[in-house]
Design a protein around this ligand. Sequence first.
Ligand code: NAD
Ligand code: MG
Length: 407
Amino acid sequence: MTGSEPLQVTLLGATGSIGTSTLDVIGRHPNRYTIYALTANTNVGAMEDLCVKWSPDYAVMSDERSAKDLADRFQGRDVKTQVLTGEAGLLQVVERDSVDCVVAAIVGAAGLVPTLAAAKSGKRILLANKEALVMSGKLFVDTAKENNAVLMPVDSEHNAIFQCLPDCLTTHHSSVKIANQEAEVGIERIWLTASGGPFRSYSAEQLHDVTPEQAVNHPNWDMGKKISVDSATLMNKGLELIEAYWLFDMDIANIDVVVHPQSVIHSMVTYVDGSVLAQLGNPDMRTPIAHALAWPERIESGVEPLNIFDVAQLDFEQPDLDRFPCLRLCYEAIKMGGSATIVLNAANEIAVAAFLDEKIGFTDIAVLIEKTLDQAVITKDVSSLELILEADAMARTITNKCIAEMH
Ligand code: NAD
Ligand code: MG
């Protein structure tokens, strides 16, 4: 790395939790990384501060109003950043030849189009936006492969698994394929660890009454609101199951979820010789981000070293699919195939937003997803972006209708 030009990074979702952690790591290595573009939804104040600090070539805001507001704030000041708008702006800062690396950290379906564009443009992609992969599955991994994109998982579990895989699987591939390997890599199963969220030991009655404020308060990880609610319902683990299925080309029967409340083991791989490899560390997303940025090298991330004596104890439990039906629904959606995971993801996004808005209760989230999966037409062909977006839109309409009927 020494002596070469810094990598040009486009950071999608710069104002979020992953965005903030990414900038913290990048700031520690100015010789390795330069910020080419930062993007955000509508938080103009936060973006103004970031542009002043990082001086990116471009900033992208979701709508005209926020973009104009941001550009106005740069008037007469020594800020070189050009402001772009909407999907066209996102595509521009992803596809440019000068961009080496795209960090996909927009939350939800909104991240799909630019993340897929990064795959098509053959970039190094740091994938945090799991919803994009859940929606586009095969299309996304095939597109990455065809265009020699390098797909680095940032989600801590998938990053941990990546770190526990043999070099022959990770070195020469733009995406890892565990199944159908010629080499005898001997991988038997992969384990996704789950913290169990803030309501791990709640009864069904207690779950009924939880508030948005309680749900966004995760015991181990500091994250955006949507993923915090997903962690509380275990939908996050279900989405990660689907993510692992696509990323590692692994039969779902060979992927296990284990509740591990300390969140110190970030995931594990079991080999045929009886070895189980695990990646451990403090629960801080700067570790997987630093790994994904620098791989195959390693860089300092700012994360405190793990004090194994302070941890003292590691616990493991089976997940409870009755109290946490969202995880069960994810297994079912994978089995249904076709557009089912797209429908599930869309219904979840609408339901979580309604819960955060106090329009529905916590346990209604799973009820609404199940209703939407029942009512939606599950289509087989999801091989194009258009078909994926169609299935997504149809599911959102159904979930919204179901919410309206509840009132
Ligand atoms: P967040 O809510 O903190 O940040 C989301 C970012 O996306 C913000 O910059 C926001 O401005 C932008 N954004 C939101 N809606 C948008 C839209 N419609 N158009 C354009 N930009 C939009 O979320 P987060 O916790 O940083 O999570 C980001 C992604 O990373 C999610 O997909 C999440 O599942 C995944 N992830 C997060 C963590 C974590 O620790 N936070 C861990 C693993 C995976
Ligand atoms: Mg995760």
